[in-house]
Design a protein around this ligand. Structure first.
Ligand SMILES: *[C@@H]1O[C@H](CO)[C@@H](O)[C@H](O)[C@H]1NC(C)=O
Ligand SMILES: *[C@@H]1O[C@H](CO)[C@@H](O)[C@H](O)[C@H]1NC(C)=O
Ligand SMILES: *[C@@H]1O[C@H](CO)[C@@H](O)[C@H](O)[C@H]1NC(C)=O
Ligand SMILES: *[C@@H]1O[C@H](CO)[C@@H](O)[C@H](O)[C@H]1NC(C)=O
Ligand SMILES: *[C@@H]1O[C@H](CO)[C@@H](O)[C@H](O)[C@H]1NC(C)=O
Ligand SMILES: *[C@@H]1O[C@H](CO)[C@@H](O)[C@H](O)[C@H]1NC(C)=O
Ligand SMILES: *[C@@H]1O[C@H](CO)[C@@H](O)[C@H](O)[C@H]1NC(C)=O
Ligand SMILES: *[C@@H]1O[C@H](CO)[C@@H](O)[C@H](O)[C@H]1NC(C)=O
Ligand SMILES: *[C@@H]1O[C@H](CO)[C@@H](O)[C@H](O)[C@H]1NC(C)=O
Ligand SMILES: *[C@H]1O[C@@H](CO)[C@H](O)[C@@H](O)[C@@H]1NC(C)=O
Length: 883
């Protein structure tokens, strides 16, 4: 254990944590210990001066497991390898409470009040300050149960101590953050002070965080009216007049002021509004539609003697308007600033140990935007306000909500999951959780909606609590009953979101039908389950044996798939398709190539079908791919892997979501043109080329049309696909003028599609009775390709390079993948490629861009593919210019 940390503690204890009204400070770190090593009287341990030299020193927020990893007791790289998470840990150590303790210094001021703010402790906690009980485990409950406790009477002038006992977590019994069947559970089930605890000083008047609404809808006449609201508590023994002062600053520093004067009774808390007019408002848009101007909001309170009593937390907000409605088919659709908004998103997972790193989160959101997604769904993974701030700044929407399948959905009528049914005290936890999260989310322009249920809808009592809590904090966005349509509470009506699968592999043409999860309405969680990592990632977490199992045992349960009680513990549905469509793998390399082909096609066809059918008779209104990424190194259900490496599922998505795009409809050989942009104008050309495997032309057509914004249209059909002999390559190119290529999209298609048996569908897949045979692709001779470097450029932070691929053959060069590596052959991550996993037509040249963080030294690009010999090209640095 750590002795150095004692020095740290003494140093930290000497500074004042807070020293003036309006100041707030986070408890900067904790000593952590298991109750197995502590006396039973924990209250006395919360007196300053106890010896904690044998305790672990941990960060200001983190679960018990995260704290032990931080201290080197466990190593996550080791835990993630093979099945070590199961075999190297004694889980029983986490079935008893753990204690967080910290000393801090405050010189208590006259007429000053001190508040302890929690933001949720998993699963529940007792809180002591200086030997006194502040809260017990029937009040401080749940991962999201944030509370404000007054501790003025418990504080010493000088050294103080806070001690928190965190009780063990069972996802079925407690309001925690579970992983359902996504992955194995962390050994502590997320127990601990996972979010920060802070102490705030105020005068006799204390303010809540401010919230703001505006009357902006779609158009405005010169200004919008903002209403700023704050809850004001008067802790004095007498009623007093409070002056509230607010200032809103625009991104360019223009200030707008508001004020209010209010008499508040002794002990009374009141919500006080202030009206502020904002001239020439700058509107916030999702990244695909514009910029993200953010306004800052400050509020303070002064009392009659002129003294400043409190300063509210500073917030930023955006001026924008999100609404939803149910269309004639009862499908939920969204409008953003008045425009129809097709939600193209994916389900976000927290880290398995609930660690949050802002830099990592930023990279993940960069990947989200690079893929062309506009939304992430947080299913009971509310993380921290830093995530919301990043989403605000980057223009990514967040669809938040409570999670399924455990305590959160312990309803009498939920016969699908084992969450312990709710009793009276649970409704109080629901209320505290919703109030706390509503306050944290309110001002952020990135919120699209809150789903108060997931697989199941909340009962009427809980629904009323959730809706009242959201309204109490001026929630400006849609509230939706659930992510499914099993039933609904009267207060909210039906959700208009379907949860009809799939979660496992289905063929490309699946999405073009009118059944189950196909592309119509709003699919709240669906996909082909794909997301196979490439070799560079697999060897980081799989043993030789695991790697062999992966391709040699197609029906075997694998520890890095979903949990062993899940329908997704093995890859049998996926592998059956892979074997039948592309042929039995001959090696791990062959398996991975085939897997990437399957993954690329799966995500591309899903995103394309939702895009192409967004203005159909029964329109596709949105979809959340299941999922974005994994809590730990996963083998499936992801668009990029735990190491931020992007493979087939990523680049299939990236093609499928292009802002102006041309799409092949697998079901009927249709050609759709799609625009997700608000400003598409001018004329467009579409070229259609169908060639055989030996390169001979089957069809060439030049089509033209006028561009249209934010819509999708059927343009034409690819004729004679039924005459394809074995497999043919289809290239669709959408351009607008000689130099503007909006989309280039290559498919490999057969005369005979996969045939499904819809009536035999399960909740997670639809079986295929006849597979399309693409195995001829693997009899193609190798194409010869040239790879060379074009221009490169750099800023201090980003280096970019151009790679030129040239097919020197008369046959197609199929499914070429490029990997950026450093001098040791390690993948440079993340690397953003303009396109990847590309197919070149005979004698075609294609330029690709790649960019990466300049602090990483990239050395080579590895090129391999379907029918191309592997080769490497050096990046070189001589010709680099500044971007
Ligand atoms: C964890 O283990 C890996 C693999 O053995 C090692 O490279 C790494 O340095 C370890 N991490 C820490 C923090 O000790
Ligand atoms: C709450 O704390 C008491 C001890 O004070 C303990 O016996 C009880 O099990 C705790 N409740 C839960 C649900 O953990
Ligand atoms: C974690 O929660 C699960 C139920 O979801 C439970 O079976 C398991 O025992 C818990 N683990 C610990 C260490 O308490
Ligand atoms: C269309 O709008 C996008 C998003 O604001 C912008 O990046 C793009 O330059 C615009 N295109 C044209 C042709 O104005
Ligand atoms: C929409 O839902 C409502 C409420 O369940 C139902 O009465 C109505 O028939 C539904 N409409 C359609 C088109 O399904
Ligand atoms: C398909 O055939 C129709 C009718 O002959 C023709 O108008 C159309 O342009 C053809 N489409 C393509 C892509 O060749
Ligand atoms: C479309 O193609 C025609 C014929 O090649 C060409 O004259 C025209 O400039 C193209 N238009 C656009 C917008 O690319
Ligand atoms: C399709 O599924 C149904 C229902 O399970 C079954 O009766 C039928 O035989 C299946 N059809 C084929 C062609 O496999
Ligand atoms: C580049 O990185 C530095 C340090 O990480 C940061 O301060 C700066 O803002 C970055 N610049 C840009 C343009 O992102
Ligand atoms: C509130 O405090 C007064 C007195 O310190 C300042 O003059 C104001 O500028 C301040 N207002 C805000 C919104 O911070």
């Amino acid at each position: 254990m750590r002795y150095l940390s004692v020095v740290f503690s003494l140093a930290a204890a000497s500074a004042q944590l807070v020293s003036s009204a309006g100041e707030s400070a986070v408890i900067p770190g904790w000593y952590l210990q298991s109750t197995a090593n502590l006396p039973t009287n924990l209250s006395s341990l919360s007196l300053a001066g106890a010896n904690v030299s044998e305790w672990y020193r941990v960060s200001y927020r983190g679960t018990v497991a995260a704290g032990l990893i931080e201290n080197g007791v466990y190593n996550d790289t080791v835990l993630f390898f093979s099945d070590n998470l199961e075999t190297l840990v004694d889980y029983s150590e986490f079935e008893i409470p753990w204690v967080y303790r910290e000393e801090f210094n405050i010189s208590t001021g006259k007429d000053q009040h001190y508040w302890l703010n929690t933001n949720g402790i998993t699963s529940r906690a007792d809180i002591y300050v200086n030997g006194q009980t502040v809260a017990t485990n029937d009040t401080q409950v749940g991962s999201y149960g944030g509370h404000r406790y007054e501790i003025t009477d418990y504080l010493n002038d000088g050294n103080n101590c806070i001690l928190i006992t965190a009780y063990p977590t069972n996802y079925l019994r407690d309001f925690a953050m579970g992983f359902v069947d996504w992955n194995p559970y962390p050994f502590d089930n997320g127990t601990g002070v996972w979010r920060e605890v802070s102490i705030r000083q105020s005068g006799s008047v204390t303010l809540s965080a401010p919230r703001v609404t505006t009357d902006f809808e779609h158009t405005w006449k010169g200004s919008v009216t903002a209403v700023v609201r704050v809850d004001v508590l008067n802790s004095a023994n007498a009623s007093q007049n409070v002056i509230l002062d607010t200032v809103i600053a625009s991104p360019d520093g223009q200030q707008y002021f508001g004020t209010a004067s209010q008499t508040i009774g002794p002990g009374e808390e009141m919500t006080v509004p202030m009206i502020v007019a904002i001239h020439d408002p700058q509107v916030w848009w999702p990244a695909q539609w514009g910029s993200q101007p953010l306004y800052s909001l400050k509020v303070n309170a002064t009392v009659s003697d002129g003294s400043l009593s409190d300063i509210a937390e500073t917030r930023s907000f955006g001026i924008r308007h999100v609404t939803s409605y149910r269309n004639g088919y009862n499908d939920t659709a969204f409008l953003v600033n008045g425009y129809p908004f097709l939600v193209l998103g994916a389900g976000y997972s927290a880290d398995i140990f609930y660690r949050f790193d802002t830099d990592r989160a930023r990279k993940q959101l960069q990947l989200v935007l690079d893929m062309g997604l506009n939304t992430i769904r947080l299913e009971g993974k509310q993380e921290h306000p830093e995530l919301y701030e990043l989403a605000d700044e980057m223009g990514v929407f967040i669809m938040a909500g409570w999670e399924c399948c455990d305590k959160w959905e312990g309803w009498e009528y939920n016969d699908e999951a084992d969450g312990v049914k709710w009793t009276d005290p649970d409704y109080a936890v629901a209320n505290a959780s919703m109030l706390h999260e509503a306050a944290a989310m309110q001002s952020h322009p990135s919120f699209l909606a809150f789903l108060v249920g997931s697989d199941f809808w909340p009962d009427d009592r809980a629904t009323q609590i959730y809706v009242d809590a959201l309204n109490q904090y001026d929630w400006p966005n849609p509230i939706i009953a659930s992510a499914a349509e099993r039933g609904y509470p009267d207060l909210l009506g039906i959700s208009g979101m379907k949860m009809d699968g799939p979660y496992d592999w289905v063929p490309n043409n699946y999405w073009w039908y009118d059944e189950l999860g196909a592309a119509f309405g709003f699919g709240s969680e669906l996909g082909s389950g794909v997301g196979t990592p490439e070799m560079g990632s697999l060897t980081k977490f799989l043993s030789e044996r695991d790697l062999d199992d992966m391709w040699q045992e197609p029906d075997m349960g694998l520890y890095h798939m979903s949990t062993n009680v899940s329908s997704f513990y093995d890859r049998s549905i996926y592998n059956e398709a892979l074997y039948n469509k592309y042929g039995a793998p001959k090696s791990l390399e062959d398996y991975l190539l085939k897997a990437q082909i399957m993954d690329y096609e799966a995500t591309r066809s899903q995103f394309e079908a939702f895009a192409a059918r967004k203005t159909d008779t029964r329109p596709a209104t949105g979809m959340i791919y299941w999922m974005l990424q994994g809590a730990w190194p996963n083998l499936h259900w992801q668009l990029f892997d735990y190491y931020l490496a992007a493979a087939g599922s990523y680049y299939g998505t990236k093609v499928g979501t292009r802002p102006e795009h041309v799409v092949y409809g697998y079901k009927d050989s249709s050609i759709y043109v799609v625009s997700h942009a608000l400003n598409s104008t001018g004329s467009r050309n579409v070229t259609v080329d169908l060639i055989s495997l030996n390169g001979s032309t089957l069809i060439h057509a030049d089509l033209s049309m006028d561009a249209f914004p934010n819509s999708a249209h059927l343009l034409d059909y690819v004729n004679a696909t039924n005459e394809i002999e074995d497999v043919a390559f289809l290239k669709l190119v959408l351009s607008g003028g000689a130099d503007v290529e909006f989309s280039r999209n290559v498919y490999w298609i057969t005369a005979q599609n996969d045939v499904m048996n819809w009536t035999n569908s399960s909740w997670f897949s639809t079986p295929v009775t006849e597979y399309a045979d693409l195995s001829a692709l693997f009899s193609m001779p190798n194409a010869s390709i040239g790879v060379s470097m074009g221009d490169s450029a750099h800023t201090d932070n980003i280096t970019a390079a151009e790679v030129i691929l040239e097919n020197q053959s008369e046959i197609p060069a199929w499914f070429i993948r490029l990997v950026l590596v450093d001098t040791n052959g390690k993948e440079v991550l993340p690397a953003l490629w303009s396109d990847n996993y590309v197919t070149l037509f005979p004698n075609e040249t294609l330029k690709l861009d790649v960019s990466w963080n300049s602090s990483l030294s990239a050395e080579q690009i590895w090129v391999s593919g379907g029918n191309v010999a592997a080769q490497n090209v050096s990046i070189g640095s001589s010709s680099r210019r500044r971007l």
